[in-house]
Design a protein around this ligand. Structure first.
Ligand code: PHE
Length: 460
């Protein structure tokens, strides 16, 4: 414990915390994943379900995690252990599950982070060569280059996390977030004025309700957790660096709002361009890497905007990967008394290894599929669509059954000194709405699957 206390900084201000939490939330999830999931899941229908889930599930769980962290002043695992032991229970496992989820996520996150790093370096040194979609296909299907960039991205994350969290993240988020907003708006204007852009806009804002299937709902739910960095203890760990005077309620509204705004803007950048260039919206993880360079080709000063944009996505990705590695490392520091250096380097090494088959699944391993999914897709599905929502579900149970809603309310209102106007609503959400929504969404397809198997068995 000593060890963490020593390295345990505090955010220099409430703004610092909000920026760091937003830095964790805003990342590849918003700019890379949100547009391609929207394209794969029927456009506006997905966006609509996503927005509802942010409000019903994302915001209450964000506030819950932050309050657990600040109360316990410990990393995710330590916090669950401490607060449950006070009640004679042991819920350490819930924190452990979060660490495992974080481990899986960072292994493939760093692969995409590597793609972004490569694009950034290419743009800095004169832009990508040839036609954007050919360049992309050629790049990701290679064996070595993407793994090399994955190594570099992971290495940079390691260098920052070894130095401890607060200073660097706060400073970089302070510049990165406003710059990202401005640049997204500029590029959005270009996308929206491309020929036939309105087809993309319609696809993005006019929901076709018949497209809302269980798969779309699960994808949206998983994306809420992934994009807000919830369900794995990240906001617990970040909340633990907060001082007791600061206002949790404001943070739990501001962070999801900023995150959602960036995701929505990214959709307005990507989808009109996809339709204008006649690309397929459902093509998956490559969507932004093919579309954006093409938009930059069509823009005055496109090379400059392209360079700036990939620098910003790179920063957004790094501030998120830092938060993932921090949660994992702080567990080993706390539990096994490892030094920060040892914890960070050894875990990053294993995640680098797990990332290798993820990277290869865009090339030579592309044909190995389980449940019709590549290795990359399997890890992503397991972590963001199953483990994070489960983490959130149990966090709700933890607050309502173990720690107690009264204790959470005390923490959120700073022991009564800040009025908690939405207290009743928060209690109702955490006790009923959020866990039930997650439960139904998770269990329903599983039940459908079993039912199909049984029917199949008896009738065929
Ligand atoms: N929220 C991050 C993003 O949108 C990813 C992330 C997930 C970070 C889970 C931490 C925990 O890119």
């Amino acid at each position: 414990m000593e060890d963490i206390e020593k390295t345990r900084g505090q955010w220099s201000s409430n703004l610092g915390f909000i920026l760091a939490a937003a830095g964790s939330a805003v990342g590849l999830g918003n700019i890379w994943k949100f547009p391609y999931l929207t394209g794969q899941n029927g456009g506006a229908a997905f966006v609509l379900v996503y927005l509802i889930a942010i409000f019903l599930i994302g915001v209450p769980i964000m506030l819950g995690e932050m309050s657990i962290g600040r109360n316990a002043q410990l990393n995710a695992i330590g916090a669950y252990r401490k607060l449950s032991k006070e009640k004679g229970k042991n819920w350490t496992w819930l924190g452990v599950m979060g660490v495992v989820a974080g481990f899986i996520i960072l292994s493939y996150y760093s692969v995409i982070g590597g793609w972004v790093t490569n694009y950034m370096v290419q743009y800095l040194t004169g832009g990508i060569e040839g036609q954007p979609s050919k360049y992309f296909e050629g790049f990701i299907s290679q064996n070595y280059m993407p793994i090399w960039w994955h190594f570099i991205f992971m290495g940079l994350t390691v260098l920052i996390v070894i130095r401890g969290v607060s200073g660097g993240i706060e400073k970089s988020s302070k510049i990165m977030l406003p710059a990202l907003f401005i640049l997204l708006i500029i590029i959005m204007v270009r996308s929206l004025t491309l020929p036939n852009a309105s087809l993309g806009v319609d696809y993005y804002i006019k929901p076709d309700f018949s497209k809302i299937t269980p798969e779309v709902i699960i994808a949206a739910l998983g994306q809420v957790f992934f994009s807000l960095s919830l369900g794995m203890g990240c906001m617990i760990t970040y909340g633990s660096y907060l001082s007791k005077q600061q206002n949790l309620q404001r943070s739990a509204i501001l962070v999801p709002s900023m995150d959602t705004l960036v995701a929505l803007l990214a959709g307005f950048v990507i989808l009109p361009a996809v339709f204008s260039f006649g690309l397929k919206p459902g093509q998956g993880p490559g969507l932004i890497f093919v579309t954006l360079p093409q938009v930059f080709l069509e823009m005055p000063f496109g090379a400059v905007f392209g360079t700036l944009f990939f620098i910003l996505i790179f920063f957004a990705a790094i501030t998120s990967s830092i938060s993932l590695l921090e949660v994992i490392a702080s567990y080993f520091i706390d539990q096994f008394k490892w030094s920060r250096r040892k914890a960070v380097i050894s875990m990053a090494f294993f995640m680098f290894l797990l990332g290798i088959p993820c990277s290869l699944s865009f090339g030579c391993m592309g044909n190995y599929k389980v449940f019709d999914k590549t290795f990359f897709d399997c890890l992503d599905y397991l972590a963001s669509n199953i483990m994070l929502p489960l983490g959130g579900f149990f966090m709700c149970l933890f607050i309502s059954e173990i720690w107690g809603l009264a204790a959470a309310n005390q923490e959120i209102s700073n022991n009564g000194s800040i009025p908690f106007k939405s207290k009743k609503m928060f209690d109702f959400m955490i006790k009923w709405v959020s866990p039930m929504a997650v439960f139904i969404i998770l269990v329903d397809p599983f039940a459908q699957y079993i039912a199909e198997k049984i029917l199949h068995y008896y009738y065929l």
